[in-house]
Design a protein around this ligand. Structure first.
Ligand code: DX5
Ligand code: ZN
Length: 219
């Protein structure tokens, strides 16, 4: 599967959002990642559908939204209306996650499911027919710039072989602490959709940092 890079605007400078987006586009970004936090599921608050809609006016690249919210079904229609392509609710957030994923599909979105570092990969099995991707968290969600949790790497390999058995078309996204020094190893371990916040937007040269990550994914 062609590897894709989705810079997370959580680490962008919102005073110069368009400038930061242009720089990442120039470096070869494939998507942009929106970290949606409600202050309940995670101890931080970010932004909502208005920023998704704004991003859609700034860039033609597709958007993916990571829904770190306790009640994803309440907000999914608004994010789809705002033009978000992939929606990643958390499997831990809601007692009725099958219904959440079905709602995304019914509204024409692409459904992914997110697993926290402490959640076993087998949890995705009952959802396999209704999802297109699995997002593996490699930090505890809530903040950018955290340290990559090492036990995530073998988890990717385990999930890849499970998916190859059940539904090979399902992508694996990885989010948290992804940088130039580990992205190639994560690709080899089984991830194919890479989310990087600080490694892109906290760099002095956003375009060069984006290119560096993409280059690591070549061949
Ligand atoms: C954390 C978010 C991440 C975050 C990644 O809760 O889900 O998307 O932006 O930031 P870095 O790449 O700096 O770990
Ligand atoms: Zn995220």
């Amino acid at each position: 599967m062609e590897p894709l890079l989705s810079p997370s605007i959580l680490s962008a400078d919102f005073a110069h959002l368009e400038k930061d987006i242009r720089a990442a586009e120039k470096g070869g970004a494939d998507y942009f990642h929106l970290d949606i936090m409600d202050g309940i599921f995670v101890p931080n608050i970010t932004y909502g559908p208005i920023i998704a809609e704004t991003m859609n006016r700034i860039t033609k690249l597709p958007l993916d939204a990571h829904l770190m919210v306790a009640n994803p079904r309440k907000y999914i229609p608004d994010f789809i209306d705002a033009g978000v392509e992939i929606l990643y609710p958390h499997i831990e957030a809601d007692y009725d996650v099958f219904r959440t994923v079905q709602l995304i599909n019914d509204l024409g979105g692409k459904a992914g499911i997110t697993l926290n570092p402490g959640t076993p990969v087998e949890w995705v099995e009952p959802l396999i027919d209704v999802i297109e991707s699995v997002l593996i968290m490699s930090v505890c969600p809530g903040f950018g710039g955290q340290k990559f949790i090492a036990s995530t790497t073998p988890k990717l390999t385990k999930l890849r072989s499970l998916l190859d058995e059940l539904k090979p078309s399902v992508r694996i996204a990885i989010d948290g602490g992804v940088k130039k020094s580990n992205i190639a190893e994560l690709y080899r371990a089984g991830a194919d959709f890479f989310i990087a916040g600080s490694a892109v937007f906290k760099a002095d040269d956003i375009t060069a940092a984006t290119q560096d990550l993409k280059n690591e994914l070549e061949d």
